[in-house]
Ligand binder design. Structure first.
Ligand code: IVH
Length: 677
């Protein structure tokens, strides 16, 4: 590379990286590999560190977010953010079209047809080609300043491209979570037993209001733009202005179409009513807008919405299908959930075979009888929902679905806790799905993160009789594992190493892993902080526990009950003896970061600044995962001295980056703490 001074190199890298972001996130046409992109980004990060005078809040390095957001400032909108009049009927769209024609007194007019994106609206302000502020809709008059979070959405230009933009303008659009990302996030949440987002809209708005922009950056939001406002717009019509915005770097949907007549409008609606299912993002309808800005001005606004636009909403997708039977399924906490097993039916592009009925009250409210024809809906929701029964199709002698009185797995009579909707199986230590479910929870990524044991292996270990509770995991031997179907020396080794590494998992995760009812990861962190040692926690009284902020009496009671049971005490003591972290010490969650979130490492060789085990712990503490053998899925090989030649060869042939100690420490932000001699 020819010599360039660092200041110029910084500017050059910023331009290059902005362009690569645009190619990747807006055009979907990357021109360089992810590795090459990361290399350029790291180079820029390093140079920016060395040259703080070159600081720029719009630098591509700022798109990774930070944890420092303290809250959102409320900002008044320059133009109020109104909503759109909407309808579900094509006739009403035709009426609107006729009203527009009358109002503009026979002048020629065009309509722009576009998607109604189902996310959360955002208003961006640009000055001199730079993003200065991003504000949510809020109450329409004022919203939250979410600029830092918006900057992490890589398809949003921080600096505009090309030329011809007004000195100041506002652009509005919709922040979205693409289906693929939504499904990924929800399956991660399901695995961690966190509440699922009902639809991508909730996921997008929830994400945008998160206080950690670093977490926002992780969530893969996207944004489409559909409305340009300002005193000096380049064109006198909406369509051309949006095409100009596209040239400045904004993501403007290709679906935006100029329509000449009412027939065009109707066929646009009919076409997209079904074709929208193929789109990568959620839409809940179409928006039709008068194209000419002058005509828009003449038509004006009602108090709530513009007269020059209307939204046509797609009807919720609904299907009618036969109930085969209701199964009753037992979770790790003993809660029995009724599930409708259905004749398979196609709904919003997926085949639905099952839908949760949640609890007894829902069965009764919907009045579901055996073999009823049920309405299943998806609407914007990904999770199918039973919304009704077609009673005309019911057999005369069909019986109302009765909730089971005994546990379908172990036969124990069910109990219903007062004030709760669910029935529970109280046989915590003898009911197979509860035990297997607790083992599965224990090994999960956000819990003890045991590499080599997933849902299937947990079940297999339980079925084989080797693991009857979570403490049994630590007694597993190589020989026992090798006898299991599908296990070879490598998979056995992986499980044993996974168990070994889990001994380093911090105390709060151990608490979370125990499956104490009502103790999720957030509560576990609070409990670990207030009772920094397991013995303190085990002897804590209900009043002491509920004195901790955010721990209510129900959680407190649940913890006391858990530790009053001799079986649990024995399990915890065995886990302690196995070497798990049972006190906060320096492993407390405060030392945790998500810098290596989702990245897997294979450690090999010997090291000088920390021991191998310490590095394994550092990987875990920063959200990464230790794996024992190199595969396509490995993100990094962390190599010390004397790394085995076969590992080196494999890493090289698979193109997996090999990092050394200094690079690793830089990744976790500890490069400055190294003492060199
Ligand atoms: S135009 C003055 N165009 O729908 C009206 N809105 O119900 C400006 N939306 O708050 C809005 N896609 O969040 C417009 N292509 C589109 C849209 C769209 C989605 C949302 C937007 C707005 C809501 C109105």
């Amino acid at each position: 590379m020819p010599f360039t001074d660092p200041q110029n190199r910084i500017l050059q890298l910023r331009d290059e990286l902005n362009l690569h972001n645009y190619n990747y996130y807006v055009l979907n046409a990357p021109e360089i590999s992810d590795i090459e992109f990361d290399r350029l980004l790291h180079e820029l990060e390093d140079l920016e560190k060395e040259h703080p005078e070159m600081e720029d809040p719009l630098s591509p390095t700022r798109r990774v977010g930070s944890d420092l957001t303290e809250g959102f400032e409320q900002v008044a909108h320059i133009h109020p953010m109104l909503s759109l009049a909407n309808t579900y009927s094509i006739e009403e769209v035709d009426d609107w079209f006729a009203r527009v024609r009358t109002a503009i007194e026979g002048e020629k007019f065009n309509i722009v047809g576009e998607m109604k994106f189902d996310g959360t609206s955002i208003s961006l302000i640009y000055e001199n080609g730079k993003l200065v502020r991003a504000v949510t809709r809020g109450d329409g008059e004022k919203g939250d300043d979410v600029t830092e979070n918006i900057k992490t959405i890589k398809s949003i230009p921080l600096r505009l491209q090309g030329s011809g933009w007004p000195e100041t303008f506002e652009i509005r659009g919709e922040v979205l979570m693409p289906w693929q990302e939504f499904e990924r996030l929800n399956s991660e949440r399901a695995f961690n037993e966190e509440p699922l987002f009902a639809n991508p809209r909730n996921a997008a708005s929830g994400t945008l209001k998160m206080l950690s922009s670093r977490e926002v950056a992780r969530r893969g939001l996207d944004a489409y733009f559909y409305y340009l406002l300002g005193a000096e717009l380049p064109y006198d019509n909406h369509f051309d202005n949006m095409m100009a915005a596209k040239k400045w770097g904004f993501k403007v949907s290709d679906i935006m179409t100029c329509l000449e007549s009412i027939e065009d409008v109707d066929s646009f609606i009919k076409y997209w009513d079904s074709a929208r299912r193929e789109l990568p993002v959620a839409t809940d309808g179409l928006v039709l807008k008068v194209n000419s800005l002058r005509q828009q001005l003449n038509l004006g606004f009602t108090s709530k919405s513009p007269r020059w636009a209307i939204a046509y909403k797609f009807p919720a997708e609904r299907a009618l299908t036969r109930l085969k039977f209701v199964s009753f399924e037992v979770g790790r906490m003993g809660i029995v959930t009724p599930v409708a097993n259905l004749e398979p039916v196609l709904l919003s592009g997926t085949i639905v075979k099952r839908a949760s009925l949640h609890n007894e009250d829902i069965i009764n409210t919907l009045d579901i009888h055996e073999h009823d024809m049920l309405y299943v809906e998806k609407g914007g929701e990904i999770i199918p929902k039973i919304t009704g029964v077609d009673e005309t199709k019911r057999d005369t002698d069909a019986q109302l679905i009765k909730f089971v009185s005994h546990c379908p797995a172990c036969g124990t009579p069910l109990i219903r806790v007062e004030g709760e909707a669910s029935w529970q199986c109280p046989n915590k230590f003898g009911c197979p799905p509860q035990i297997a479910g607790r083992v599965e929870h224990f090994v999960g990524r956000k819990m003890m993160n045991i590499d080599g044991i997933g849902e299937e292996t947990s079940q297999q270990l339980f079925d084989s009789g080797l693991v009857k509770n979570i403490a049994d995991l630590y007694d597993l031997t190589r020989e026992q594992l090798l006898k299991l179907e599908g296990f070879g020396p490598r998979s056995a080794e992986r499980v044993l190493e996974g168990l070994e590494t889990s001994r380093l998992a911090p105390y709060d995760r151990v608490i979370y892993s125990l499956s104490i009812p009502f103790v999720g990861d957030t509560v576990a962190k609070k409990v670990a902080k207030a009772f920094p040692d397991i013995d303190m926690l085990m002897s804590a009284k209900s009043e002491e526990l509920s004195a901790v902020k955010d721990i209510g009496p129900r959680i407190a009671e649940s913890i006391v009950e858990y530790f009053s049971n001799p079986i649990n005490i024995e399990i915890v003591n065995r886990l302690k003896a196995a070497g798990l972290q049972m006190s906060a010490s320096e492993n407390s969650s405060e030392n945790h970061t998500d810098r290596l979130e989702g990245k897997s490492f294979v450690i090999s060789g010997t090291f000088s600044h920390h021991s191998r085990d310490e590095y394994k712990e550092l990987i875990e503490r920063n959200g990464g995962k230790n794996v024992s053998s190199i595969s396509k899925k490995t993100d990094y090989v962390f190599a010390g001295k004397n790394m085995g030649p076969s590992k080196l060869e494999k890493a090289t042939s698979l193109g997996i980056p090999i990092i050394d100690e200094l690079q690793f420490l830089a990744m976790i932000g500890e490069e400055d703490n190294i003492v060199t001699d």
